[in-house]
Design a protein around this ligand. Structure first.
Ligand SMILES: [Zn+2]
Length: 339
């Protein structure tokens, strides 16, 4: 298994210089350990992630080839809860988009966040009343909630009260810290939501997010390696911070100095940029199988959480126990030929 892990991690002589997104993007299974997020939503990783099954009574997971059905068990059970509660707000079931990679971390494409198993995308398309094939789940196009030819305006031909109620339901759970939606959708909620507005402040405007919304949960209690985000400001958020999105500023192209040299492409995140624990997570033994690490499928969650934890606050101590842990944590190279 170790050799398999090494070859999965490596695969090239220059493995140690490979961007973190290639290392984490190549992992097929989670690290077998107690569930632990390390780092922040946009710079970190997760040990002991579990997968949500592709199908549940009220959900279907989309884009199966991406292998991003993995998350912290609290994220996975929150999604299950949302799927169960959805029919009560007139939404038949949910289509689940990306959660995280098996060990989290940066991704080869898409998302800056989704790195520690505490973010999940839910489509703004209701689940159809039949099971879609794997191919349909790959190919089903997104449906934007916006008018094609009008600046930041929700299209009332596709937007319904059930959309609003699903987003507000997601925001209502105490463990949900933020729900990201397009600014036009936030404005729509501000203008039309007549129910309890307590949770509306958690719904945050952001670029994109016009065909799906994004649920972010808090750092789980006791997860000392998880770096929390600042709390959302008080109030419903239907204020200046929203009005700003309707000005030219967020959409203006950055001004270019014609005499400036072309900008250098940004340096991709390296493993050494992530919390030290992420090098351990990357090299940890894999879960037995995808099935064994799937929520409710094969192994009970309790069996997974009973696995030994990767020490958390104790990561520096763990590093001290290793014979030598240089600043740049070495990545195993490819297996020698003929081995
Ligand atoms: Zn997202």
């Amino acid at each position: 298994m170790a050799a398999g892990l090494l070859s999965a991690v490596a695969g090239g002589a220059a493995a140690e210089n490979r961007p973190a997104k290639e290392l984490f993007g190549g992992m097929k299974l989670p690290a077998r350990a107690a569930p632990s997020p390390y780092g922040s939503y946009a710079k970190g990783c997760i040990a002991g992630a579990v997968a949500i099954p592709s199908d549940g009574p009220n959900w279907q997971a989309m884009r199966p080839s991406r292998n991003r059905r993995w998350g912290h068990p609290q994220m996975i059970s929150l999604i299950e809860r949302l799927s169960k509660d959805a029919p009560s707000v007139g939404w038949p079931g949910i289509l689940i988009g990306d959660i995280s990679q098996p060990r989290g971390g940066p991704m080869l494409n898409g998302h800056a966040s989704h790195q520690i198993g505490l973010d999940a995308d839910i489509w703004l398309t209701p689940m159809p009343d039949r099971r879609m094939s794997a191919k349909e789940r790959e190919d089903l196009p997104f449906t934007t909630m916006l008018k094609e030819n009008k600046f930041l305006t929700v299209n009332d031909k596709v937007w319904t009260l059930a959309h609003a109620r699903l987003i507000m339901l997601a925001a209502s759970y105490p463990q949900v810290e933020r729900v990201f939606v397009n600014p036009a959708i936030k404005k729509k909620l501000c203008d039309t939501w007549t129910g309890d507005r307590t949770a509306l402040g958690k719904v945050r405007p952001i670029y994109g997010h016009d065909a799906h919304f994004h649920i972010r949960i808090k750092c789980p209690q006791g997860a000392s390696g998880c770096k929390p985000q600042a709390a959302v400001p008080p109030g419903d958020g239907c204020d200046k911070s929203l009005a700003w999105w309707f000005t030219a500023e967020p959409w203006a192209k950055p001004k270019k100095d014609p005499n400036a040299p072309p900008p250098k492409p940004p340096r991709p995140t390296q493993l050494s940029d992530l919390p030290k624990a992420c090098a351990v997570v990357l090299q940890a033994p894999a879960a037995e199988s995808e099935m064994a690490a799937t929520y409710g499928g094969g192994a009970p969650i309790s069996a997974l959480t009973a696995a030994p934890a990767i020490p958390n606050g104790a990561v520096p101590a763990l590093a001290a126990q290793m014979p030598e842990l240089p600043d740049v944590v070495p990545i195993p190279l490819a297996r020698p030929a003929g081995y």
